[in-house]
Design a protein around this ligand. Structure first.
Ligand code: FES
Length: 148
């Protein structure tokens, strides 16, 4: 069993993890397998811990995304207000499935959890911009704007 000091060191190490990952993401757009291994080595933790943090946070990526990322909220309010239909509209307009990137590497389509827009459901994020009360027409306009 670990003493209090070891636990404190461990917690401090883990608190460093998210900012490091965010920094890599900001610089490269994603966190590669090699990055995960290097971060794990630096912090003295298992690479699986690094991977589990990346996959927990939908704003961290372990694969390179398109130039733009569309995130459709899949929170219960958005689902009740038609987010699944919005996902299908984006899939149709982009010619890809959720989780994929267009062939020209311009747009990635993802689902995400809470984006703090329940009152504006169905809500999405286009890169860092929040868009609420999304309709099929709005989907077409957004895709057209991003493809220009
Ligand atoms: S729970 Fe709906 S956006 Fe947060």
């Amino acid at each position: 069993m670990k003493d209090g000091k070891e636990h404190r060191i461990c917690d401090e190490t883990r608190s460093e993890l998210l900012p490091i990952l965010q920094k890599i993401q900001d610089k490269k757009g994603y966190i590669s397998d090699k990055d995960m291994q290097q971060v794990a080595d630096k912090l003295g933790i298992h690479p699986v811990e690094v991977y589990s943090v990346i996959t927990f946070y939908s704003f961290l990526n372990c694969q390179k995304e398109g130039q733009h990322t569309i995130r459709v909220s899949s929170c219960i309010s958005s689902v009740m207000k038609g987010s699944k239909k919005i996902v299908k509209e984006f899939e149709k307009a982009l010619g890809i499935r959720v989780g994929e990137t267009t062939g020209d590497k311009k747009i990635t389509l993802k689902e995400t959890s809470c984006i703090g827009m329940c009152d504006m459901a169905p809500a999405i994020m286009v890169d860092s911009k929040l868009v609420g009360k999304v309709t099929a027409q709005k989907v077409k306009e957004i895709v057209k704007e991003l493809k220009i």
